[in-house]
Design a protein around this ligand. Structure first.
Ligand SMILES: C[S@@+](CC[C@H](N)C(=O)[O-])C[C@H]1O[C@@H](n2cnc3c(N)ncnc32)[C@H](O)[C@@H]1O
Length: 210
């Protein structure tokens, strides 16, 4: 661990700052996490300690630095169909309920969407529902994915997944139905993408890192 990056009191001040700015709760004893995630950024910006970094971001003079700190501190764990019961609930309860209000557009918010798997999975669930219930959800479905991290949102917008992020949680049948193979990667099909948009939004909620 790079101890000199964290002066006395720096960790507590950083915990307070991060929770205040985006709701991320850093537990006690996670100094290693802060130093490992921020050391590259500090080196690039010629900043010697977390205290100094904090001074610059709190003063609000360097918005780019603030965005980079948040990007570095978010934990973007996600995979395909991560919370299966939620998608099942859409098919079993929510879509049939909306059908009883014909012509009304359905708008779904995928808050803290990370690299987009959850948002695209909602669209895939819609697609499957429509294949067995043609003509339903006649008002259309719009899915908005939001996250605080610009870095991860860029990945979500691309809709191209490689390596582990292409395979984790995905069955072969889902891969063939919803993706176009691109070299060693998978691209989300246009009919799935067209319902989904992404934008940056700070939801300020509690997340435990690490
Ligand atoms: C563990 S991922 C969850 C991804 C997805 N919802 C899933 O369940 O697979 C948590 C995401 O929350 C985002 N996040 C953390 N604090 C946030 C905030 N205040 N506003 C918006 N997004 C935030 C992180 O950038 C990260 O991508």
């Amino acid at each position: 661990m790079n101890r000199h990056l964290l002066g006395p009191g720096d960790y507590a001040a950083f915990q307070k700052y991060l929770q205040g700015v985006c709701g991320i709760v850093l537990g006690n004893g996670k100094e290693y996490l802060v130093t490992s995630r921020l050391s590259g950024l500090m080196r690039t910006n010629g900043i010697a300690s977390v205290g100094e970094l904090l001074k610059q971001v709190v003063a609000g003079r360097n918005q780019k630095l603030q965005v980079s700190v948040i990007d570095a501190m978010t934990t973007n764990e996600t995979f395909w169909f991560r919370d299966m019961p939620h998608f099942q609930l859409l098919t079993d309860l929510i879509f049939p309920e909306i059908e009883s209000k014909p012509g009304r557009a359905m708008r779904i918010w995928s808050a803290a969407c990370s690299s987009g798997q959850e948002s695209y999975n909602i669209s895939m669930t819609v697609q499957k529902y429509l294949s067995t219930n043609p003509g339903r959800l006649s008002g259309g479905v719009e899915i908005l994915g939001t996250d605080i991290s610009n870095r991860i949102l860029e990945e979500a917008k691309k809709g191209v997944y490689c390596g582990l992020s292409a395979s984790r949680g995905l069955a072969a049948e889902q891969r063939d139905r919803y993706f176009i193979p691109r070299d060693d990667c998978l691209e989300v099909r246009p009919e799935i993408r067209r319902r989904v948009s992404f934008r940056n939004q700070n939801r300020v909620y509690a997340e435990t890192c690490g």
